[in-house]
Design a protein around this ligand. Sequence first.
Ligand SMILES: [Zn+2]
Length: 121
Amino acid sequence: MVTLIRKLEARRKQLLAELRLPSKGLPGSLAQSQRRCGSAGCHCQQGEGHLSWALTYMVDRKKRVDHIPEELVSAVRRRVEEGNAYKSGVVELMAINAQLLILERRARKQQESAAKKRAVR
Ligand SMILES: [Zn+2]
């Protein structure tokens, strides 16, 4: 148990050192899709549609899909990665804290009962 506590504490320390709120971080996911423009006689009527990029994310529990122009794709991708990395770091940190809350209490109780046993002898 002490080993696990040390391990979780080390990971927490690492996360706290690494996590920086990305000021331009973006939510959601960036994905490519095919769409049909609707123009009569366009090739997209038959075969493949026009490729386009969209950022899908939630605002006030509603899903939003925004078209992302080709020239912004690489910057938006990087910002989405930054946003996701930050979010998963925060989730991991909170989960570590929840585990430590219980483990540290359990370790304290073990120490206390070991001390009592020694005192009885
Ligand atoms: Zn078309």
